[in-house]
Design a protein around this ligand. Sequence first.
Ligand code: C2E
Ligand code: MG
Ligand code: MG
Length: 236
Amino acid sequence: YQPKMDIVTNKIWGVEALIRWNHPKHGLVPPLQFISVAEETDLIIDIGRWVLKEACLQNRKWQEENLKSFSVAVNVSPRQFQNPGFYDDVNQAIEQSGMNPDYLELEITESMLMSDVEEAVNKLKRLIGVGLSMAIDDFGTGYSNLKYLVNFPISTLKIDQTFIKDVETDDSIAALTHSIIKMAKSIHLKIVAEGVETKNQVSFLRDHGCNIVQGEYYSKPLPAEEFVELLKKERT
Ligand code: C2E
Ligand code: MG
Ligand code: MG
């Protein structure tokens, strides 16, 4: 679990669930090494269902322990999103955990929306009807049709970390990042910066109107029990 920080209040604003496979021989295996393989088979459906269930349960627990409400974001893979049972899986995770769906966010990528636009809009509408919200992950790296940002019921854009990485050293990237922030805000989307590693990046983002950031400057992804420690520290 990696916190998303509000850099104005310096408080945890949300959290993203990032899967790890704790392999008996190889230790913690990062998702880039197995999600794409799982994506080739229906295994991704089971994995995705498990992630949703765990993240929802965890969110409910934290809210009970901390008396603070913040949202949990769950990554959704293309095959999972296309699966006809996806809507039911989401509902089941919400119901079985007893969490408030207002605090669930699903992260999808631009390309997942582009193959059948009408169907994607309907799917998103049905999902947000449950109360959850949708975010576009890795924004700026995929195939974007900017007009769809208005038509799709999306509430958040996550600027990809490849922009943040060069924001201090490349004027064009800095200008582009500023434009993305302005564009998102002008159409009333929330904007989150990913992969923030330095103080200067934080300053840049604050100066240019992006107040929610995620990255190792604040915290790496943590096991649930260590994330709780962060929450507790914040309270004191
Ligand atoms: P993502 O959703 O864009 O997640 C952000 C990635 O950036 C994470 O990599 C995170 O650990 C990493 N990161 C965070 N802060 C920093 C930083 O300051 N610097 C740098 N360089 N990297 C940072 P991770 O955990 O290895 O996940 C990689 C990708 O795997 C994710 O990208 C997401 O697309 C996918 N993924 C992760 N968990 C799941 C899951 O449960 N289901 C599915 N379908 N995909 C997942
Ligand atoms: Mg993500
Ligand atoms: Mg991303």
